[in-house]
Design a binder for this molecule. Structure first.
Ligand code: SF4
Length: 360
C-alpha cells in the first residue's frame, strides 16, 4: 500500500475544491485568502475575496487605498485588525519590496501580521517552502491520526505537530501537502461525524483503528465569557446623527460607531448615556426611547446593546476618545464601515425614521 503522504496527495488531486485563490495562486491572492480564512469559513470568504481583488487587484492598489475603503470591503468579516494589518503591510511592501511579497521566508516572517500560521501558509503555497501549517483543521486531523490526547487549546501542541510534520512536508510538494492537510480537515475529518470511510488516512489512523474518533481531539471547556450591557445614543441634530471613528489601537479600530458605553451595575440607561456621550464627545443630550436591543458575541465577551433615540441639547461635537467624530445623514452612512452590531442598530433606526417620514 502507498504511504499516507502519497495517499493524501492523490486524494487532494482528485477531491480539492476549486477556489478562486487556487485557480490563480499568485502570492498576493494566497496572502489575502489566508488572512481572510482565519476564523472564517471558505463559503463566507469567497465573495469577500472576489470583491476585494476587484477593488484592489494587487499590492500597490491596496497600498494606495484609503483605510476606510479597505474596512468597508471587510465589513462583516470581523477581526478588523486583519484588514488594518493587510493595508499597513501593503504600504510597507511598496516602500521596501517593490510592491511584491518577498519570496524569502525570513523576510515574510518579519512582516506585520505574519505570525507562524500566515508565514507557513504563504511561504509554502506561494513560494514552496517546506513549512507545515498547523491550523484548527490540521490540529484535529493529526490528533486523531496519531492518537494524541493533549488538550487542543495547549499552545505547545502546535509546535509539537509542526515538528512532527516537518520531515513529511520536506519530502513532498509543500504547497499541495499543506493544502491537502487542511482540505482533509474541512471535507472529511470534520469535527462531528468524520467521514472515515472516505478518508485517505484511514489505514494508519490511530483514532479510527482504536474507535476513538469521538474522543479525539481533547478540548477543554471554554471559560464562560463576560456579558456587558452597553448603551448607545443615536444623537440627532438637524437631520443628522453623530458617529465616532474608533482609535486605531482599539478593538474595531477605524470603524465608525454610535457613541455610548458600558453601564455600571444598577445604573439607569439614560444616566449612562448622558455620562458616556458627554465624556466621549462633549455633547449634552436628551435621551428618548430605545430603537432596539441587539445581542452580539465577540471572541472574549458578549454584549447586549440597547440603542436610544437621543437629541442634541448643547455643545460642539469633539473627538475626545476617538480619532474623529462626524454628523452623518441616513443617506450618507452607506460609505462608512460599521461593526455588525451597529449595522443591526442602523436597520432599526432606518425602519423607525422611514415610518416617521424622516428620510433614509
Ligand atoms: S480516518 Fe477518520 S478520524 Fe482518522 S483522519 Fe480520517 S476522517 Fe479523521
Amino acid at each position: 500500500m502507498k504511504d499516507w503522504v502519497t495517499r493524501l496527495l492523490d486524494w487532494f488531486e482528485r477531491h480539492q475544491r476549486r477556489l478562486p485563490w487556487r485557480d490563480d495562486c499568485r502570492p498576493y491572492y494566497v496572502w489575502l485568502s489566508e488572512v481572510m480564512l482565519q476564523q472564517t469559513q471558505v463559503d463566507t470568504v469567497i465573495p469577500y475575496f472576489e470583491r476585494f481583488i476587484r477593488a484592489f487587484p494587487d499590492v500597490p492598489a491596496l497600498a494606495a487605498a484609503d483605510q476606510q475603503a479597505v474596512l468597508k470591503l471587510w465589513e462583516g468579516l470581523g477581526y478588523y485588525s486583519r484588514a488594518r494589518n493587510l493595508h499597513k503591510t501593503a504600504q510597507l511592501l511598496v516602500a521596501q519590496h517593490d510592491g511584491e511579497l518577498p519570496g524569502d521566508i525570513e523576510a515574510l516572517r518579519r512582516l506585520p501580521g505574519f505570525g507562524p500560521y500566515t508565514t507557513a501558509a504563504v511561504g509554502s503555497i506561494a513560494f514552496g517552502y517546506p513549512v507545515p501549517v498547523v491550523d484548527g483543521n490540521v490540529l484535529r486531523v493529526f490528533c486523531r491520526f496519531w492518537g494524541i490526547a493533549t488538550d487542543i487549546r495547549q499552545p505547545r501542541l502546535r509546535t509539537e505537530l509542526q515538528t512532527r510534520l516537518t520531515p513529511f512536508i520536506a519530502a513532498a510538494p509543500p504547497s499541495a501537502f499543506n493544502q491537502a492537510m487542511m482540505e482533509v480537515g474541512a471535507l472529511v475529518c470534520r469535527p462531528q461525524a468524520p467521514r472515515c470511510n472516505a478518508c485517505p488516512l484511514q489505514a494508519d489512523c490511530v483514532a479510527f483503528q482504536t474507535g476513538r474518533t469521538a474522543e479525539l481531539p481533547v478540548k477543554s471547556a471554554r471559560k464562560p465569557v463576560p456579558h456587558h450591557q452597553i448603551v448607545a445614543g443615536i444623537v440627532w441634530k438637524d437631520e443628522k446623527f453623530l458617529l465616532a471613528r474608533r482609535r486605531q489601537d482599539q478593538m474595531l479600530g477605524g470603524l465608525w460607531v454610535f457613541p455610548g458605553g458600558k453601564s455600571k451595575p444598577g445604573e439607569a440607561p439614560a444616566t449612562t448615556l448622558r455620562r458616556e456621550v458627554h465624556a466621549k464627545t462633549g455633547l449634552r443630550i436628551r435621551v428618548g426611547f430605545p430603537y432596539c436591543r441587539v445581542e452580539h458575541g465577540y471572541t472574549h465577551f458578549k454584549i447586549t446593546l440597547t440603542a436610544y433615540r437621543c437629541e442634541w441639547r448643547s455643545g460642539e461635537a469633539k473627538a475626545l476618545t476617538s480619532d474623529e467624530v462626524r454628523w452623518v445623514s441616513l443617506q450618507e452612512i452607506g460609505t462608512y464601515p460599521l461593526p455588525k452590531a451597529n449595522h443591526k442598530v442602523l436597520e432599526a433606526v432606518r425602519d423607525y425614521e422611514r415610518m416617521q417620514g424622516n428620510a433614509g
